[in-house]
Design a protein around this ligand. Sequence first.
Ligand SMILES: [Zn+2]
Length: 190
Amino acid sequence: MDDAKLWFFYGAMGSSKTANALMVRFNYQERGMKAILLKPKKEFRDGKTIVKSRIGIQADCAYVEDFLLELNSGIIPSCDAVIIDEAQFLSREQVDQISDLVDVHNIPVLCYGLRTDFQGNAFPGSARLLELADEIVESSTVCWCGRKARFNARVCNGVIVREGEQVQLGGNESYTSLCRKHFKEGKLHK
Ligand SMILES: [Zn+2]
């Protein structure tokens, strides 16, 4: 049996990360294996333990925090893999603990998340994943100009927003993915 690995699949918004996470989980199930699907509780206080892709597919999940509580109390998960969506919201410490699943228990962990926030800064969880992961894979999407989009612009009333909290809850802003040039310029369309 191969050594398990810690994977980080990162990309801008709209790069199909969640859809890919759900497909990988389905592939495990199809082969009679069990993959545990998790997301961080931190930024999802709605109590909905669902991972949902914008193309419509979804699946039930559990919270990373609850999973780690069990792990830290000595309960070893019986599964073939752990899949984590929205991994940018993990803390550095949580990423460290998750890497123990790989190193101590030989369970593959597949993390999916954004690399950078609306100001172009790395999320702490993503920075730690980039430091620790065995395999780093970029899922790409395109800017309106056709270049690779690697940045997530926060948009409010049709204008790019540069100031604010890293995670804004309950606002009426939206996000769009842009190439670096157009992110810098704040140019949202032709
Ligand atoms: Zn562009």
